[in-house]
Design a protein around this ligand. Structure first.
Ligand SMILES: Nc1ncnc2c1ncn2[C@@H]1O[C@H](COP(=O)(O)OP(=O)(O)OP(=O)(O)O)[C@@H](O)[C@H]1O
Ligand SMILES: [Mg+2]
Length: 260
């Protein structure tokens, strides 16, 4: 597979923080692949996702390069879908769900409002939102956290982006819905050639679904490569420890130690 994006020497530092959240990352994103980003809490996964999408907060400093094969960076919302870790961050509280899911399709696919509304309804059905016609007319605060998460995924996919960056997009969902969304994403990767970069702390999900994985720790890339090579035969001692312990990566180390 050819590299869609070559990330070289990438570092990111938030305003007012002396220590970089990401340090000197070299990583390729291949066109049409499922790339899993794994690492414990605070390891820089969301920072990487936001850096790739150009969505870091104001004042953050980025060094290094991201070379896109298409010449310029994909436009978020049109060529690139992004699902935030916190689904409320993806949704506008004063617009209905229908307006938000339809907007991307209308603007970027050139659909009429009517066609875009139909597309929004289809997308909500595909992410298994119950009673999608009613949800279209609702505002984000009227939905449960799991529904908001699914709506955020639908909104990110509505304009058929070439690349989707999903930050813990399914972790708030129960196993069955998670499996359905994973199969939808799988379909989009296989049939539409979408590139998927997904962040997860679920090693089992990554090993079953990813083509390649990248392991992060303390803002650094520990190891990256094909899923079989990294998760079955890890070269790195940290990756070995991580797999051997099968610990829940959602808990930061300090809290985990205190709790045990
Ligand atoms: N907006 C921000 N301002 C300042 N520092 C931040 C901000 N967001 C994250 N950080 C810091 O950057 C580092 C990496 O955080 P990041 O959110 O990228 O980790 P993560 O791997 O996504 O963690 P989690 O699994 O908990 O979501 C952490 O030390 C974090 O405290
Ligand atoms: Mg995160």
């Amino acid at each position: 597979m050819s590299a869609l994006c070559e990330i070289r020497g990438l570092s990111a530092t938030y305003r007012g923080h002396p220590v970089p959240a990401l340090t000197n990352i070299d990583l390729d994103i291949h066109a049409g692949e499922r790339l899993a980003i794994i690492g414990e809490s605070g390891s820089g996964k969301s920072t990487l996702a936001r850096t790739i999408a150009g969505l870091l907060p104001a004042g953050a400093r980025v060094r290094g390069e991201m070379r896109w094969s298409v010449g310029q960076a994909p436009l978020p919302g049109r060529d690139m879908g992004f699902v935030f870790q916190d689904p409320s961050a993806s949704l506008n509280p004063v617009l209905t769900i229908g307006e938000q899911v339809a907007e991307g399709a209308r603007r970027h696919l050139g659909l009429t409002w009517k066609a875009a509304d139909q597309r929004a309804l289809d997308m909500l059905e595909r992410v298994r939102v119950p009673d999608p016609a009613k949800v279209l007319k609702a505002f984000p605060h009227q939905l449960s956290g799991g529904q908001r998460q699914r709506v955020a995924i639908a909104a990110a996919l509505a304009a058929s982006p070439g690349i989707l960056i999903a930050d813990e997009a399914t972790s708030a969902l129960d196993m069955i819905v998670q499996a359905e969304i994973v199969s939808l994403l799988d379909e989009l990767v296989r049939e539409a050639g979408m590139t998927l970069v997904f962040i997860t702390h679920d090693v089992a999900l990554a090993s079953g679904f990813a083509d390649r994985v990248a392991i992060f720790r303390g803002g650094e890339l520990v190891e990256a490569g094909p899923v079989g090579a990294v998760l079955s035969v890890p070269e790195n001692i940290y990756t070995k420890t991580l797999l051997a312990s099968h610990r829940d990566l959602s808990t930061p180390p300090l809290i985990r130690e205190t709790a045990t």
